[in-house]
Design a protein around this ligand. Structure first.
Ligand SMILES: *Cc1c(COP(=O)(O)O)cnc(C)c1O
Length: 401
């Protein structure tokens, strides 16, 4: 596949009327190597952040061997791509048929749960033809933790409360070969302290239940870089998580797991959009709330932008965007910083859309098509390149394959 040097070269070649997704395999591979080599445990890629088969194969090639899947469709898709990967079915509410197919047809042994009903469902669905309970289940009890340090909360939907955790951990211990405790601090956790607080809750749950724990899974939430969101280095997260993990009352050979989604794929993709119309400081562009810019519209996420015409040189101004559909909600407040003389017909590159961006496109209102190409230049921001405000010496020594 041809690799363009950068977004401007794509515009020169294609003059695209539809949005174009730009993928950067080298950036995803760098993120994969970083987690594979530096996280002090196993890293499970959370497939929902971006289920693109190309990306999954890049992560596999860069050392990511475990995948957090949340639906039977994700189980089938990843198993089809990667026959040797370890798949972990980490949605706490599954159908019996999904559990059965995952266990018997796709070799899945790890499941999460947050109720006794789900535990019983897993036990029943994985019994063999003679009615024997499976002896090789790895069951992770999902604990509810606070999302107060994260930009996107995941605190209300899943997880057993600490007050009810002990009986569930004990019941799970009875049938699990490996017993795990997992949680999710919310997405884009802006400080490692989010994990400290959650691990304190894990400690309390284990102490109350007095069970032997074999896996501690700290979930996702590892951040990427966006305008106004410059997180501390990931090494700080890893070091603090490791220290608090080591101090837990767990089996001596217990494993530490994490489930990064955003951090592994945010840098993978950006998007070229075209300005169809300008009205004051509002730009009507050809992607939006129903396309790759879902988070820009629905949770006010600010993505980095740049205009792809070098002759636009006025000082920067704040812009809001309208997407292409006829829905008023197809609006992105931003502010997005662009040269004040941007006009209809200009192309804009929107960066950091590899996570929860390019994966979210729909065909609503007839939009959502467009090409996907590869580019060789660097993402607009990176946690892995060593050019942040607080670069660590280790940033540039992630080994190359
Ligand atoms: C979404 C999700 C993740 C990934 O979260 P990020 O914030 O993208 O790292 C990990 N684990 C579970 C269970 C999830 O639902």
């Amino acid at each position: 596949m041809y690799i363009y040097p950068d977004a401007s070269a794509v515009v020169r070649d294609l003059a695209p009327d539809e949005p174009v997704i730009l993928n950067r395999p080298h950036a995803a591979a760098r993120a994969g190597r970083f987690f594979a080599e530096k996280f002090p445990g196993k890293s499970l890629y959370a497939v929902k952040a971006n289920p693109s088969p190309d990306l999954i194969e890049i992560l596999w090639a860069s050392g990511i061997t475990h995948y957090d899947v949340a639906s039977i469709a994700e189980v089938r898709m990843v198993r089809g791509l990667l026959p040797d990967a370890t798949l972990c079915f980490m949605h706490p509410v599954k159908t019996a048929s999904a559990i059965r197919e995952a266990y018997f047809d796709h070799g899945v042994r790890t499941f999460s749960l947050d109720t006794e009903e789900e535990l019983n469902k897993i036990v029943e669905a994985t019994k063999d033809a003679a009615g024997n309970v499976a002896a090789d289940l790895r069951l992770c009890v999902r604990l509810r933790v606070s999302s107060e340090y994260s930009e996107l909360s995941l605190a209300s939907k899943f997880g057993v409360d600490l007050a009810n955790a002990a009986p569930l951990l004990q019941a799970t211990r009875q049938v699990a070969d490996w017993l795990g405790v997992c949680f999710h601090v919310g997405s884009q956790a802006m400080t490692p302290f989010a994990y400290v607080q959650a691990l304190d809750r894990v400690r309390a749950a284990i102490a109350q239940a007095a069970v032997t724990v074999d896996i501690v899974d700290v979930g996702g939430g590892f951040p990427s870089v966006y305008p106004g969101m410059e997180p501390p280095p990931l090494e700080d997260y890893f070091a603090i998580i490791h220290r608090h993990f080591e101090a837990l009352p767990i089996a001596y050979n217990a494993e530490l797991w994490c489930e990064p989604g955003r951090a592994l794929c945010a840098e993978y993709s950006s998007l070229i959009v075209k300005v169809e119309k300008r009205r004051g400081e509002e730009l009507y562009i050809n992607d939006g709330a129903y396309g790759a810019l879902f988070d820009a519209a629905h949770v006010g996420w600010r993505f980095p932008v740049k205009v792809l015409d070098a002759s636009r040189s006025a000082s920067e101004a704040e812009f809001a965007f309208y997407g292409p559909t006829c829905d008023d909600a197809d609006y992105m407040e931003g502010p997005f910083m662009l040269p004040g003389d941007v006009v209809a017909g200009d192309y804009i590159e929107v960066g950091m859309l590899g996570a929860y961006g390019c994966a979210m496109r729909t065909a609503f209102n007839g939009f959502g098509r467009g090409e996907v190409v590869r580019v060789a230049d660097e993402p607009m921001a990176s946690l892995y390149r060593g050019d942040r405000a607080d670069p660590r010496q280790s940033d540039n020594v992630v080994s190359l394959r």
